[in-house]
Write a protein that binds this ligand. Structure first.
Ligand SMILES: Nc1ncnc2c1ncn2[C@@H]1O[C@H](COP(=O)(O)OP(=O)(O)OP(=O)(O)O)[C@@H](O)[C@H]1O
Length: 662
């Protein structure tokens, strides 16, 4: 396998080696959306700038149209500033021109470039994708995992410490620990996200340990691992929990696994139950936009949500079952915590359990417990969720996934307020408030006979429908400000605010992942922002492009933006979106795409386009895995060769040299 050369060696020495061992010299330019790579040839200059005809185009306002030229001359890499506005700096020194040594940081305006020398007769299968490209790949993995029942993992790797090290010092060597099918994406200057397809949790952990294994003189790396479907089944949840896991990693325990979702998510600590249950938020919290109970924050400004919260607060005082409906990431769990924390039960446990993530055979024993010897493997008596939550609240998330037998047993518990452990003859009295949550249409499931109508009646004494974020755009600023403040205190960051154009973009986007997607976007923006405000360029590409992308359905040959989803060497023939300029800075907030305030907007990426993106991803993956042998790729995909060739043409997929315009 090709390896990176030690960065302490001077470029000149490396180039000696490069000639004798066919080493190759690469210019790497790190920017907000990823890393561009340009192979360097003797005497041929590589111009980095904001617009074509620069060879490496980075759409970043801090660099000039033609900012700097890198040339391999006489065994050394020389950089010349091309009269740029913000200058070129080598290791902090502003220069007109100068020699770049391997490992030197070359600052072009606000972006970083560096030179690397790779050994081996071929270019390594190295590619750092943008984080949006990784989202598409994750979506494809989720679909595949559902169809074929295979697991995959998302690993977040970051360098640790107050002086977290830029990934140019360690990013390339991460590849060495990975398999060719694994995909590496740029998250921020000190963090990578890695998709590991087809892994068991054990293999994912092993790979993560190999990635963070420390070498002499290298920075401390830690990793958070989230395996799907165990820990999460949606893109944003995977991102959320893998980053959470990475934040809990330490040098002593550098790899942390996100807990499986079916596990009891948490049990609230006992709190001072003498406090009035509906006590208002923290001192100074704007009462019109935030509620807080037991440290949990529920931020909203939307009249729609405010009335929902008020109803929830009234419901909190009683013990009636509440059914929370809403798309993934809308805040069902937040509202459930809020109801619990606002109820007289708040000194007792709240146990959240994802019914969809418990293996079907274990649902009843998880919820109701089992006696020793009740089934093979039941070596101990075990209390179920209902017993463990005695006096408190149980949140049954994804209630629509409950198997028929468990539905019947749950109905019995709700009717009799008694549970029977699996294998027991005796019933036990339980005093538990049940909150159920779902993103599914339970009425339609009742009509189809897959959910019990009598159980639905028991659960929905009160139903709260949480609107998707796109239907309450007036919440976006409040939520974003709350997440910014939280991310700031976690990162000890200097980012204070959101620039008006960034907020305008947030308000225009359709948020298919709802509040969780917004939270993830703000958390990333805080770590990549350069100034004291989040700018439009700090937001994910899909959010920036949602405003400028055409609203009419795309034609097939430009429907799929896979320009960043592929490793270097793979790009679509036509990449309309990638070549579009950034939205200009609007002086006024842009209007929402929904026709009326509060009305759901059409998602920025429609179902057809999303499916096409997934299909293109699968084609690309099969082609890569087959070393671009179409017959082999067609066999893997179980497609006739002609169909594959047709699709390749329709999607404009082709293999390129290094993805850099030359
Ligand atoms: N009103 C809100 N105020 C503050 N944070 C919120 C709010 N709504 C959602 N969040 C945040 O968004 C993320 C998703 O929320 P939550 O887990 O409650 O969604 P959910 O609807 O239960 O999702 P899923 O159906 O996928 O389990 C969490 O990080 C949560 O803290």
């Amino acid at each position: 396998m090709a390896t990176t050369a030690p960065l302490s060696i001077k470029t000149g020495e490396l180039l000696q080696g490069a000639r004798s061992e066919k080493r190759r010299v690469l210019l790497l330019v790190y920017h907000h959306d990823g890393v561009e790579m340009a192979p360097m040839s003797p005497g041929v200059g590589v111009v980095v700038g904001r617009e074509a005809p620069a060879d490496v185009v980075i759409r970043d306002r801090s660099i000039s149209r033609r900012h700097a030229r890198f040339t391999l001359v006489g065994g050394e890499v020389v950089v010349e500033d091309l009269g740029s506005r913000n200058g070129t700096r080598i290791s902090g020194q502003r220069v007109e021109s100068g020699v770049v040594k391997a490992g030197d940081e070359v600052l072009l305006g606000g972006i970083v470039a560096s030179v690397h020398v790779l050994s081996g007769s071929e270019m390594p299968p190295f590619g750092l994708e943008g984080s949006d490209a990784l989202r598409f790949a994750l979506q494809a993995e989720i679909v595949r995992s559902r169809f074929f029942g295979r697991k995959f993992a998302l690993v977040v790797v970051r360098s640790l410490g107050a002086q977290a090290s830029h990934l140019r010092h360690w990013g390339l060597r991460v590849r060495e620990a990975l398999r060719p099918v694994d995909r590496v994406a740029f998250y921020s200057a000190d963090t990578l996200e890695i998709l590991l397809p087809e892994v068991t949790p054990e293999l994912a952990e092993e790979l993560a340990k190999a990635i963070v294994a420390r070498r002499e003189g290298e920075p401390v790396l830690v990793a958070g691992v989230a395996v799907s479907p165990d820990a999460a089944t949606s893109i944003d949840k995977l991102i959320e929990v893998s980053h959470e896991a990475s934040r809990s990693a330490t040098p002593a325990e550098p790899v942390r696994l996100a807990p499986p979702e079916g596990a009891l998510v948490y049990v609230t600590p006992k709190v001072d139950s003498t406090r009035p249950p509906d006590a208002a938020g923290p001192p100074g919290a704007p009462p019109e936009s935030q509620w807080e109970a037991n440290g949990h924050l529920l931020a909203t400004k939307s009249p729609l949500m405010r009335s929902l919260v008020e109803v929830a607060l009234r419901a909190a005082r009683s013990s009636i079952p509440v059914l929370l409906r809403g798309e993934t990431g809308t805040g069902k769990e937040v509202l459930a915590r809020f109801i619990h924390d606002g109820s007289p039960r708040r000194g007792e446990p709240l146990i959240c359990v994802n019914c969809g993530a418990i293996p079907a055979l274990l649902v009843e024993s998880t919820l109701f417990g089992h006696e020793r010897g009740a089934f093979t493997g039941a070596s101990q008596q075990h209390k179920g969720v209902f017993e463990a939550a005695a006096g408190g609240t149980v949140l049954l998330d994804e209630i629509g996934e409950l198997p028929a037998a468990a539905q019947a047993a749950l109905l019995r518990v709700l009717e009799t307020k008694r549970v029977t452990r699996v294998g027991a003859t005796k019933e036990l009295e339980v005093d538990v408030r049940v909150i159920a949550a779902t993103h599914r249409d339970l009425d339609a499931m009742c009509d189809a006979g897959t959910f019990r109508l009598d159980l639905l009646y028991r659960l929905n004494a009160m139903t709260l429908n949480i609107p998707p974020l796109r239907a309450r755009r007036d919440d976006i600023a409040t939520l974003a400000a709350g997440f910014l403040a939280q991310a700031n205190s976690a990162n000890i960051s200097r980012v204070q605010s959101l620039a008006p154009e960034a907020l305008a973009l947030l308000k225009c986007y359709s948020w298919p992942g709802n509040v969780r997607e917004l939270r993830n976007a703000i958390e990333r923006a805080v770590v990549i922002a350069e100034g004291d405000a989040i700018m439009a360029r700090d937001l994910p590409e899909r959010i920036r492009l949602a405003v400028t992308s055409p609203s009419s359905p795309p034609t097939p040959s430009r429907a799929v933006d896979v320009s960043r989803s592929s490793e270097p060497g793979v790009a679509p023939a036509l990449s309309q979106r990638a070549s579009e300029p950034l939205p200009s800075r609007p002086s006024e907030p842009l209007p929402p795409r929904a026709s009326e305030p509060g009305q759901a907007a059409a998602p920025a990426v429609g179902l057809k386009t999303r499916l096409e993106q997934i299909e293109a991803e699968l084609l690309l993956e099969a082609l890569r895995a087959s070393d671009w042998n179409q017959t082999e790729a067609a066999r893997r995909l179980e497609l006739p060769l002609r169909t594959l060739q047709h699709k390749i043409k329709v999607y404009g997929i082709k293999k390129l040299g290094y993805g850099v315009a030359r």
